[in-house]
Design a binder for this molecule. Structure first.
Ligand code: GLY
Length: 421
């Protein structure tokens, strides 16, 4: 089977790498891909006519969508009448990530454990004659200790975790200046605890879970500094156990699946549960409708089962009985980023240390030019290692990091070393 993977990050490199190992896969194309992916095709991933044309010419039977934007824009609906299977939810289902207000209301409607919230902005005004609650009063009542989320897709830049009133007011100003005075947003209870990422494959009825992982979103050690697309990840997570799994399934995953069915979403894809494990149980922070990045770069190496067979089982009704098998030990991913990221950074810098057939090195912001690999983005390379124990995997990952260099290269030194682990 020929497959097209859509996207250009470390996640898509890892997906293509894992799909290549399947006995059912033939040629795997990555659109548009990066300097590390093979069979890259330079297409505009928002031009569905062009993608369909490409699929016809290359007899592509399956498209795996990496990022959220094409899903939110309705790529699954576009391909619905074609013979090409597209792995991901339809436009209606993708609202679970595309609109934070839609997602919170969905959680409330189907009894998914989550924190308290208030919605503000255009969406609220449209449904209520009079706006009776003012955001500044809500912020004051919470002493500024809250999370403010822009309603729409914002590539990780629409979430503000605030501790003081002035931070929260500054967040409101930023949302209004970026997205307009009538932008819709949420003010949420700030949940405290340990974050956990749970990724599930679903056919809209049943689900199968990958191993639990944690990412490190902030730029600096100790979870300080600005938010990024992700500075590293590891899996599995040592504090995850059967009891916690059961609670997450009962309070979050099963009610979500019930909601997906009840709403009639066409959902054959991945659903990502971004959780906070609090003292009063696990609560859902957010859904993503795709694999996480950089979580994918550790959870796919940890998956022993055939990824392509797992995906196909979501289409043919056999997911429920699919046997999930995992590799033993731990996987750690240290992300090498361009100096200055997540703000301004240079591109086009030569990267030293890249060799042919390096296992578990997943490219992100790289490009190939005259046989050289150059930086081409903020997050550049994912350096992944495996160990029997978490510490061993961490040490091996950092040893591997020493093999790579580019001007102004930066990385966090504490991936996998949160106290609880
Ligand atoms: N790691 C979080 C995300 O992919 O959005």
């Amino acid at each position: 089977m020929n497959i097209a993977v859509i996207g250009s990050g470390g996640r898509e490199h890892a997906i293509a790498w894992k799909l290549e190992q399947s006995e059912l896969s033939d040629k795997i194309y990555v659109l548009p891909g990066n300097g590390g992916t093979e069979n890259t095709v330079d297409v505009d991933i928002n031009d569905y006519d062009m993608i369909l044309n490409f699929c016809r010419h290359r007899t592509i039977a399956l498209i795996f969508i990496g990022p959220e934007d094409p899903l939110a824009a309705g790529i699954v609906d576009y391909f619905a009448d074609t013979p090409v299977k597209v792995f991901g939810p339809d436009k209606a289902g993708a609202q679970l990530e595309g609109s934070k207000i839609f997602a919170k209301k969905f959680m409330q409607k189907y009894g998914v454990a989550t924190g308290a919230f208030q919605e503000f902005g255009r969406a609220k005004k449209d449904c209520c004659q009079q706006l009776t609650i003012f955001p500044k009063d809500t912020i004051k009542k919470m002493n500024g200790n809250c999370v403010i989320k822009y309603d729409g897709l914002a590539a990780g830049k629409g979430v503000f975790v605030c501790s003081k009133e002035e931070d929260a007011l500054a967040a409101l100003d930023e949302i209004h200046s970026k997205y307009g005075e009538d932008a819709s947003y949420l003010i949420e209870e700030k949940l405290v605890g340990d974050e956990l990422s749970i990724l599930a494959f679903t056919d809209g009825e049943d689900y199968q879970l990958l191993l639990p992982s944690q990412d490190h979103k902030q730029l600096l050690e100790g979870d300080n500094g600005p938010n990024t697309g992700g500075m590293g990840a590891f899996c599995p997570v040592p504090f995850y156990n059967e009891e916690l799994k059961k609670q997450i399934e009962n309070d979050i995953i099963k009610p979500t699946l019930k909601g997906i069915k009840a709403e009639g979403f066409n959902y054959k894809g991945v659903i990502y549960f971004g959780l906070m494990i609090t003292e009063t149980g696990s609560k859902l922070l957010e859904y993503n409708v795709r694999l996480g990045d950089p979580e994918t770069e550790v959870v796919l190496p940890a998956l022993k089962s055939d990824l392509l067979k797992l995906i196909l089982s979501c289409f043919d009704g056999t997911l429920k009985d699919y046997k999930m098998e995992f590799n033993n030990g731990f996987f750690v991913d240290v992300v090498l980023v361009s100096g200055g990221y997540p703000a301004e950074y240079k591109k086009g810098i030569p990267i030293c240390g890249i060799k042919e057939d390096q296992e578990l090195i997943f490219h992100a912001g790289t490009k190939k030019e005259n046989d050289r690999i150059l930086t081409n983005g903020g997050r550049v390379l994912n350096i992944v290692a495996h160990g029997n124990m978490l510490n061993e995997a961490i040490n091996k990952a950092y040893e591997r990091v020493n093999d790579f260099y580019f001007e102004d290269m930066f990385f966090r030194k504490d991936i996998g070393r949160r106290k609880k682990n």
